[in-house]
Design a protein around this ligand. Structure first.
Ligand SMILES: NC(=O)c1ccc[n+]([C@@H]2O[C@H](COP(=O)([O-])OP(=O)(O)OC[C@H]3O[C@@H](n4cnc5c(N)ncnc54)[C@H](OP(=O)(O)O)[C@@H]3O)[C@@H](O)[C@H]2O)c1
Length: 432
């Protein structure tokens, strides 16, 4: 057995924002502990950000400063390039590729980069005998990549689910607890700085979809295919939906689900109803939760902070310490060359659906709706009608298991009944 490497592990950190400064603080605060745990000193040799004059709440005076992240990534005195800038093109991609080509290992928190270029980066890293690690890219501080690639490696994974965008979960739970409409809570979230510069990344499900595509690749041994994630945001959810769902024993979550079925790989990130008493149903505020189902282990539930300086830096450091110890795993848990091209499922597995309609106060209205659903092959499990506000009344329907296609056919037939006003809301009820 060769002697373990006792030389210092030298980090070059590009990006000194929330996560980058969090990493600097851990390296400085826990220097002795990190050395004790890995047998090597973990040191920072160089850093990079856009604005050198910014006050960053950390002492950076002993580190070299590089204006260009590519120059940082390829420095002689850098062993691990730590990419904490963000964005899936430009500096993050260029510097990451340059680092791998220059024989450096890479640690990143960048889900967009992995979702868009995961396969190319994995092939580049593995071809060069290097590793690219990204624990912080999915569900912040929750060590879910490690759980899938290591602790659960002996399981065939059946399904991975998760609430992985804290901002959306904050908005939905705040709407419920404060009884406020979506638009008001959205504005609150913006003022609190919870939303990305482009809010669609959060409320449109894109950020969470990036994370789901990374988990699906690891869970099912397929190339990352973000382009096949079915995305729906939370903008269509009203306070009425949240209240009515609660009446029927459900909570509404922006839930990601990936599963391999006989029809192919399903990846969907959309608002769903989950039982209020389930762990996912009980998740409050900005917290994240990932649920993994393996054939031997059954169901595992991981819960924790999905963002923020400390939790995200904690995940980055987990990866850095693995590299310091010499742990070297293939990027997505198996060699990139062996990852299959995913066949996306054309239709998702059948499930019960929640339907909310605004019914006109006319004789026989309910019977007409039931007939339209029946004609589309959708059968009703439960129905609840609320009092008339004016000329219309909300009606809630929970269907038996059906497909999204059948629901869409039924919805398309409703205007012809002459008893439904406005656009019905249809949400999948996920069995968790
Ligand atoms: N924040 C979280 O809670 C969290 C959680 C999970 C994952 N992540 C991921 O972690 C990464 C970093 O996020 P963050 O929240 O720390 O971002 P941030 O606070 O906006 O910081 C980004 C940093 O990158 C620097 N930067 C941006 N473009 C650059 C360029 N072209 N050249 C050099 N430096 C550049 C910025 O420099 P200046 O400071 O000079 O502007 C800044 O220091 C992203 O990929 C994000 O998706 C973040």
């Amino acid at each position: 057995m060769s002697a373990p490497d006792a030389s210092p592990l030298r980090l070059g950190i590009a990006g000194l924002g929330t996560v980058g400064i969090g990493v600097v603080k851990i390296v400085q605060r826990h220097a002795e502990m990190l050395e004790a745990r890995t047998g090597r000193k973990v040191v920072i040799t160089a850093v990079s950000a856009r604005d050198r004059t910014k006050n960053r709440d950390a002492d950076l005076s002993s580190y070299a400063w590089e204006v260009d992240p590519v120059a940082l990534a390829t420095r002689e005195d850098v062993d691990v390039f730590v990419e904490l800038m963000g964005g899936h093109e430009g500096a993050a991609k260029d510097a990451t590729m340059a680092a791998l080509k220059a024989g450096k290992d890479v640690v990143t928190a960048n889900k967009a980069l992995l979702a868009h270029h995961g396969q190319a980066l994995a092939e580049l890293a593995e071809g060069a005998g290097r590793v690219i690690r990204f624990e912080a890219a999915v569900a912040g501080g929750i060590p879910v990549i490690k759980a899938l690639t290591e602790g659960l490696a002996g399981n065939a994974i059946r399904r991975v689910m998760g609430v992985m965008n804290g901002t959306c979960n904050y908005i939905l739970t705040r709407m419920e607890t404060a009884g406020l409409p979506y638009e008001t809570v959205f504005e609150e979230a913006r003022q609190l700085g919870y939303l990305e510069a482009d809010p669609q990344l959060d409320v449109g499900g894109i950020d969470a979809g990036h994370k789901l595509s990374i988990l699906a690749a690891i869970a099912f041994g397929t190339k990352v295919s973000f382009e096949h994630v079915v995305l729906e945001g939370i903008g269509c959810i009203s306070i009425d939906d949240i209240r009515r769902a609660a009446d029927m024993g459900y909570k509404i979550k922006l839930l990601g689900v990936a599963q391999m079925t006989g029809r192919g790989l399903e990846q969907r990130m959309m608002p769903c109803l989950v039982p209020a008493a389930s762990p996912l149903g009980q998740l409050q505020g900005g917290t994240n939760m990932v649920v993994i189902e393996g054939d031997s282990v059954g169901q595992i539930v991981l819960r924790g902070a999905g963002a923020g300086e400390g939790p995200t830096a904690s995940a980055v450091m987990g990866d850095v310490l693995d590299i310091a110890r010499g742990t070297r795993l293939p990027t997505f848990g198996q060699p990139a060359a062996r990852l299959a091209d995913p066949i996306p499922a054309a239709v998702s597995a059948p499930a019960p659906y929640y339907l909310r309609l605004q019914l006109l106060d006319k004789p026989g209205a309910l019977a007409k709706v039931a007939a339209a659903l029946g004609d589309a092959g959708v059968s009703i499990s439960r129905m609840r009608q609320y009092g008339h506000a004016d000329t219309t009344a909300p009606v809630l329907i929970v269907t038996h298991k059906t497909t999204r296609d059948a629901i869409d056919v039924a919805i398309a037939a409703l205007p012809a009944t002459g008893v439904v006003e406005g656009q019905p809301v249809a949400l999948r009820i996920e069995e968790v």
